[in-house]
Ligand binder design. Structure first.
Ligand code: PMP
Length: 328
């Protein structure tokens, strides 16, 4: 029988899919690495397994232990999935701005959620950071993965994402493009591809984030960009970091669903904008791989919602279709 022994064995080995429509006019091949097919719905399942495996091996997490992490997003889902399978208690600290749907997903896996107020500074005892530090210190057998500083994040990509791309392109990949959040994906995957094949690595970053020279001012694309420099990000890996506006990221996210059948999140749209920008100068022998971190279902009330898009000043109709709609 062709079966997986547990759901964790289905993490990784995600498909590479050629982008056919949004690439019109370009001569390079652009391939999307589709990470939403991971069982937790995102690329973050990869780091969750690696981080927990390492914590077990180092004796930081023992049977009956508790995982405590300040996260509400994809890393939370990955950790909750691994914790459920391995029998750990899981507590996530989430700021009160986090949507109910995200919290419900974490609870569905059996995780506990502690909600903290958003409107307090980091050093306040009720802040997201203070509460998670206190829980990790007070709970017997608690372990805090700290995805921003944990080098098992990039290591998981060095060992899985990078080799998969090299294998599936028969070593023909010439460029790798990924958004930068913790920096784990680009640092691990990028380092592997550079070592094995001299691949050019390009980061994608929301306009305003420090990675592309911004001040840390706010933006709406989720999961990427920062106002600080995490240890998981090896800044020597990317040759270039391209800043992408929220408007361009969301426009491409809508187009990926309508034109490529890829229902993905805003950071995927952002990464594709950067990949197409990089591909402009490339020729027919170039193969650009762009990583799409998560699916679009978590954003139905935002990017895929007309009212939400209009409220923030974005068009809910992709630019490509706008003139056609106006004529009809
Ligand atoms: N996109 C989304 C939706 C994410 O959740 C993340 C992880 N924060 C990223 C992109 C960036 O990945 P990384 O943390 O590996 O840089």
């Amino acid at each position: 029988m062709r079966v997986a022994d547990t759901i964790l064995d289905t993490i990784g080995n995600t498909p590479l899919v050629r982008l056919n429509r949004v690439t019109e006019g370009l001569s390079a091949t652009v391939l999307a690495k589709v990470e939403y097919v991971n069982p937790g719905g995102s690329v973050k399942d990869r780091i969750a397994v690696r981080i927990i495996d390492a914590a077990e091996a180092e004796g930081k997490l023992r049977p009956g232990g508790t995982i405590v992490e300040p996260t509400s997003g994809n890393t939370g889902v990955g950790l909750a999935l691994v914790a459920q399978q391995r029998g750990y208690r899981c507590i996530f600290v989430c700021p009160d701005k986090v949507g109910k749907d995200k919290i419900d997903v974490l609870r569905a896996y059996g995780a506990e959620i502690v909600i903290t107020p958003t409107a307090v500074p980091p050093e306040h005892p009720d802040s997201y950071y203070s509460v998670s530090d206190r829980l990790a210190a007070e709970i017997e057998g608690a372990y805090k993965p700290n995805q921003y500083e944990n080098l098992n994040g990039p290591a998981s990509h060095y060992e899985s994402t990078g080799p998969e791309i090299w294998r599936d392109t028969d070593g023909r990949v010439t460029h790798f493009v990924a958004g930068v959040g913790t920096g784990g994906t680009i640092s691990g995957t990028g380092r592997f591809l550079k070592e094995v094949g001299g691949v050019t690595v390009i980061g994608a970053d929301p306009e305003g984030s420090v990675y592309s020279g911004g001040t840390g001012r706010p933006y709406l694309v989720e999961g990427v960009g920062e106002d600080m420099w995490p240890g998981a990000y090896d800044t020597s890996v990317p040759e270039r970091v391209i800043a992408v506006s929220d408007a361009a990221s969301f426009d491409m996210t809508l187009r990926l669903a309508r034109e490529e059948g890829l229902l993905v999140g805003g950071s995927s749209g952002m990464a594709v904008v950067a990949a197409l920008e990089a591909a402009k100068d490339l020729g027919p022998d170039d193969v650009v791989v762009v990583l799409l971190p998560d699916g679009g279902r978590g954003y139905l009330g935002k990017i895929f919602n007309e009212q939400w898009m209009r409220r923030y000043g974005f068009s809910p109709v992709p630019e490509e279709e706008r003139t056609v709609r106006e004529v009809l």
